[in-house]
Design a protein around this ligand. Structure first.
Ligand SMILES: Nc1ncnc2c1ncn2[C@@H]1O[C@H](COP(=O)(O)OP(=O)(O)O)[C@@H](O)[C@H]1O
Ligand SMILES: [Mg+2]
Length: 254
C-alpha cells in the first residue's frame, strides 16, 4: 500500500460532557474515494472538522504524508491541499455561479482599480467556465443568481467550489442528503471526475447503494471510533449496515 496522504490516529474530541470522538482513526490514500459512514451522532462531522482544521482534537495525532501536523485552522489544512464542503450548502444565493466559485478568493483587476477593490469579473467567469467544464458541472446560464438554479445544480457548484481549490483532498459532508435521485447522480458524477483528476475524496453519506457505487473503500465510525474498514468491491450492503449498528464486529486493525 502507498503511504497514506492523511491519517488520524486515536483522536479524542469532547464537547463539554459529550465525547464525540473516542480514539477515532481514519486513513486516506492519494487519489482514492473513501466513504465515511456511521449512524447519526457517530462522530463523522466532528472527525471531518478535526481533519480540516475547523476543530482541534483534545488528543491523538494527525499525519500528512506520514508526518505529524497541527491543523489549527482551515487555512493550515488548505496549506496541505485539503478542502471541505460542509453539510449545510454554503452558497450565496444572490450571486452567480462564478462569483460563488470565487467567494472569499476573488480575483481583482490589475493595478490601481484592483487595489481599490474592483473585481475582475471577466477573468473569474472564464476560469469558472473552465472549472465547471473540468468537473462536468453543466449549468444553463453562468450569469443567473445561484438561488434560481435547481438543488442539484446548486450542490454541484458547492462541490466544485471546494474541489477547484483542493489540490490533494476534498471532504464532502453529506453532499447529496437533500437531493432527489437524478440530482444525486449528477453530484456523484462530479465526485468521479474529481477522483479521475487524481484528487482524493472523502464522502460522508447515509446512502449505502451510493456509497458502494462510488467509493473505493469504506471506513465505518460507531460511537466515536472506527469499527470497520472495507474495500467497496468486496463489501455487501449487510456488511456496512452490520458494522454501523454494531451487529457485526470487526476488530480495528490498528
Ligand atoms: N458543537 C457541538 N457541541 C456539543 N456536542 C456536539 C457538537 N458537535 C457534535 N456534538 C455531539 O457529538 C456527537 C457526534 O456528532 P457528529 O460528529 O455531528 O456526528 P455525525 O456527523 O456522525 O452525525 C453527537 O453526540 C453530537 O451531538
Ligand atoms: Mg454529520
Amino acid at each position: 500500500m502507498t503511504q497514506p496522504l492523511l491519517e488520524a490516529r486515536d483522536l479524542v474530541k469532547r464537547y463539554g460532557g459529550v465525547e464525540a470522538l473516542r480514539g477515532a482513526s481514519f486513513t486516506v490514500h492519494p487519489g482514492e474515494v473513501v466513504a465515511l459512514i456511521g449512524d447519526n451522532g457517530a462522530g463523522k462531522s466532528t472527525l471531518v472538522k478535526c481533519l480540516s482544521g475547523v476543530e482541534q482534537p483534545d488528543s491523538g495525532q494527525i499525519l500528512v504524508d506520514g508526518e505529524p501536523v497541527s491543523l489549527d485552522s482551515p487555512s493550515a489544512a488548505r496549506g496541505h491541499g485539503i478542502e471541505t464542503a460542509y453539510q449545510d450548502l454554503a452558497v450565496a444565493p444572490d450571486l452567480d455561479p462564478a462569483a460563488n466559485l470565487f467567494l472569499g478568493r476573488e480575483i481583482r483587476k490589475p493595478g490601481l482599480l484592483g487595489k481599490l477593490g474592483m473585481l475582475d469579473k471577466a477573468a473569474m467567469r472564464t476560469e469558472a467556465r473552465e472549472q465547471f467544464a473540468k468537473f462536468g458541472v453543466s449549468l444553463p446560464d453562468l450569469s443567473v443568481p445561484i438561488g434560481a438554479l435547481s438543488g442539484g445544480q446548486r450542490q454541484s457548484v458547492a462541490v466544485a467550489r471546494s474541489v477547484a481549490w483542493a489540490n490533494r483532498l476534498v471532504f464532502l459532508d453529506e453532499p447529496t442528503a437533500a437531493l432527489g435521485v437524478v440530482q444525486r447522480e449528477r453530484v456523484l458524477d462530479v465526485v468521479r471526475r474529481v477522483r479521475d483528476t487524481g484528487i482524493a475524496v472523502v464522502l460522508i453519506s447515509h446512502n449505502m447503494p451510493e456509497v458502494l457505487s462510488v467509493a473505493d473503500r469504506v471506513e465505518v465510525l460507531r460511537l466515536g471510533s472506527r469499527v470497520a474498514r472495507f474495500k467497496a468491491a468486496e463489501a455487501q450492503l449487510e456488511d456496512l449496515v452490520g458494522a454501523m449498528t454494531g451487529a457485526l464486529a470487526q476488530e480495528d486493525a490498528d
